[in-house]
Every structure is written in C-alpha cells, then in structure tokens.
Ligand binder design. Sequence first.
Ligand code: 13P
Length: 223
Amino acid sequence: MIYAANLKCNYTRSGFLEYARVLDRNISDQSVMVFPPSSAFLEAKFKFTQGAQNFYPAKSGSFTGEIGSDMLDEFGITTVLIGHSERRALGEDEPFLKAKFDFAKQNGWDIIYCIGEDDITHMNGSTKEFLCDQLENIDLEYENLVVAYEPIWAIGTGKSAKAEFIAEILDFISTKTTAPLLYGGSVNIANIDDIKAIKNCDGVLIGTASWDANKFLEIIKKD
Ligand code: 13P
C-alpha cells in the first residue's frame, strides 16, 4: 500500500520539520509520500518520499510566483502531484495539465495524476465518461505513473465515497492503465480498512487526516 499525505496549504518549514521527524521515527519499510507546501521543503533525507504539490513546467525563467525544476532539484524532489481538483479549480486546464505531465515525464519524475468528478457529474451517473476525458491527455503507459481517483464531492467533507463505488471506479480505471491506483477523499482511521480491502486499490492520498503526523501514523500502522 502507498500512503500519501497531501499537506495542502498547511505547515511552515519549522512545523514540517517536526512533522517529518515524528513520521520518520515511526515508519520502516512502508511506502510513504508526503507533499508539503514548497516553502517547507526540507533538504534532509527521510524514510518517506518528499514530493511537490505543484510546479511550473519549465526549468526556470520569467514565470512570476512559480517554481521550476531547478528549485525542485535543489531538494532532490522527483515526485509530483498533477491535476489535483483544487488546482484545476484555480484554472489549471487540460492543455496546461498536459504540459505539466509531459515536462514531468521528460524528467522521469514519479507522477501522481489526480482525477475526479464533481457532485453533479456523480449524480448524473456520468463519472466514467468524465474520468475518461480527464485521462485523455496523458500517457497511461508511462512507467512512473500513479493515478489517484479523488471524487471532488468526497474531499474534505468527512464523507468518503462508498467502498462499492470506489471499487467500481478503480476497476474501470484499471481497464485503461496498469499504473498503481490510489483513492482519495476523506480517508481516515475509521474507513481505511474498508478502502484497503478494495480490489485494485494500491494506496490512499490523504488530506485532512494526514495533517497530524500521529494520526497519519495510526492509519499507516494499521498495515
Ligand atoms: P481529504 O482527505 O481532506 O478529503 O483530502 C483529500 C485530498 O484532497 C488529497 O489530495
């Protein structure tokens, strides 16, 4: 199982250092990734993989406010999130996500590519068609790809999608790619066992329940 923590816009560098130390002391050979804000990146090496929530698809240049691969290289970061619904909501459209994907692929980075539908699409029953469109622009055979299914209506609500629904969607995605598949959306200590038991579920991408290192550890340690 992959356990990935999306810290979103939380943690300064000093706070993240404390978080990282607690996590590092308490994990062994589990596959753990943590995505802190870029201002909190740490140079120290840990047992978990430190990844970037965001980057601009360029090495460096005149891109005010952005972070290019030079800045990720400084911290040895080779794992990135692309397509998170919170970034799509800020205006990252399909051509831009494709540019990010292609740039990350060229660099050989590990890509966690996030897809997921909103509640209206979900209620219409057109989730699968929607996800197909979201997967259209990327190379589904890329060897360092992980796909994270994160229904927007389940993110930050405390209400995860039902296990049967997650199973149906992951099953569908697995017909398109052999990449490992994650589920994200209100994963917590109470539902992790049910989610882990889902066929085709290779891990979880956790927001809220990962923001306290000890709570994240409780979830990891149920393994
Ligand atoms: P929550 O776990 O808070 O629902 O967030 C999920 C998420 O957006 C992870 O990327």
